[in-house]
Design a protein around this ligand. Structure first.
Ligand code: NAP
Length: 383
């Protein structure tokens, strides 16, 4: 059977849009996804020159990314000097939104109103009101929409969830998860999207979704969270970066009743402990994930021992590798979008819209309890 072709329109020509598009050009058979073919049919930018040079750059891709160019993935692709032409292009099935956080809502809304399915970068929106409005609109229009939390679709996350759910490590106690990097804040211009409060800058909204995704995968989806209850925020703290007033670091302590606590952090001033960016502590041992938390390929199981009296099942340290297919690891989420749209699904079971909304409510509470300049920033819901 020939693969299902999904035609992508791309919104913006920044860093992650480039990474995502390159991954769409990788041969799907390298990740055993022969059922899908990704074609990029439109690129939208605020400047037509930027759209055209983005397309030229994709056309000159080499190595693993050459496959798509040679197999027609960019044939007939339009380069537009605005976003509306992408939404109105009949050759586009789904729009990928990769503008700064504060523009996700407007861009998603415009795409949905024009009848397009949507994949939107994290954080899904600026606040929960925006997320709620988009979810309502997507449902009203009968369109597919998903937040681009690529980590959820990588092979390692399924394997880790399976081990935890199996009970092999004993009762789950707690998790810690960290997504931090030394972003050299002092060397950046104040208008950089990571520093500018008006663009939703700071660690929480940019890095925070990753510790949160691990908390959701391990605790929210734990078999003991039978009715998928939302967590309580026990505590949170934001460190303020004086120059622009955004958070240079944020901490959150969440609790899923009857399941466990998640101690989460993100920091723009230093790297975390790279050999243990996620630590799932269970009665018999720890499951320790090696960096980066957005796309890890290795985890260890480390027994709590030695205790000769214990009758445990976890005896020796084990190392598990789940290599990603060639590219950056973003194609797995694109395959999910293609399969959902082919099956006429309106959302992904693996990345449900309710969980995007839950994450936005958590981020809202942490932001509003902090003292940053984004504390009172409101989104554009209703506009
Ligand atoms: N999934 C991931 O791992 C990942 C990684 C990085 C970023 N992200 C998310 O993707 C989004 C974009 O991040 P990025 O690092 O790609 O950002 P970026 O490099 O700064 O690119 C953002 C693009 O948005 C467009 N844009 C529209 N209005 C803008 C404005 N007022 N100011 C600045 N740019 C504007 C620009 O493209 P045009 O000029 O072409 O319109 C710009 O190139 C963020 O929400 C971020 O959280 C996700």
């Amino acid at each position: 059977m020939s693969p299902f072709t999904l035609r992508w329109g791309i919104i913006s020509t920044g860093n992650i849009a480039n990474t995502f598009c390159k991954d769409l050009l990788v041969d799907p058979s390298t990740r055993k996804a022969d059922d899908v073919f990704h074609k990029i049919t439109a690129i939208g930018s605020r400047s037509v020159n930027s759209a055209q040079s983005f397309l030229n750059n994709l056309n000159s891709s080499q190595d693993h990314f050459r496959w798509g160019v040679s197999n027609g993935a960019l044939d007939g692709c339009s380069a537009y000097g605005n976003y509306d032409q992408v939404y109105n292009d009949p050759n586009v099935d789904v729009v990928y939104i990769a503008a700064p956080h504060t523009l996700h809502h407007k861009n998603c809304k415009d795409a949905l109103k024009a009848g397009k399915n949507v994949l939107c970068e994290k954080p899904f929106t600026l606040d929960a009101e925006e997320a709620e409005e988009l979810i309502g609109l997507a449902r009203e229009k009968g369109l597919f929409m998903m937040e681009a939390v690529w980590t959820r679709f990588q092979p390692i996350t399924y394997a880790i969830q399976e081990i935890i759910a199996s009970g092999r490590l004993g009762k789950l106690k707690r998790i810690t998860a960290d997504n931090s990097l030394d972003f050299k804040l002092d060397d950046r211009v104040e208008s950089h999207r990571m520093l500018d409060p008006a663009l939703g800058g700071g660690a929480l909204l940019d890095l925070g979704p990753y510790p949160l995704v691990w908390a959701l995968l391990i605790l929210h989806h734990h078999p003991n969270n039978v009715d998928r209850s939302s967590p309580k925020i026990l505590n949170s703290y934001q460190t303020i970066y004086g120059r622009t007033g955004v958070d240079s670091a944020s901490r959150m302590l969440l609790e899923w009743d009857g399941v466990g606590q998640a101690d989460l952090r993100c920091d723009l001033t230093c790297h975390g402990y790279m050999d243990g960016v996620v630590i799932v502590t269970c009665e018999e041992g720890d499951l320790v994930v090696v960096a980066p938390p957005s796309k890890p390929q290795t985890f260890h199981i480390i027994p709590h021992g030695p205790d000769p009296s214990r009758q445990g099942k976890v005896i020796e340290k084990e190392t598990h590798h789940y290599p990603l297919s060639p590219g950056h690891g973003m194609a797995y989420e694109a395959d999910e979008v293609a399969r959902c749209i082919q099956a006429n699904k309106k959302e992904s079971d693996r990345m449900p819209l309710e969980e995007s909304l839950m994450v936005m409510r958590i981020l809202d509470e942490v932001r509003r309890n902090g003292g940053t300049k984004t504390k009172d920033l409101r989104g554009t819901a209703g506009q």
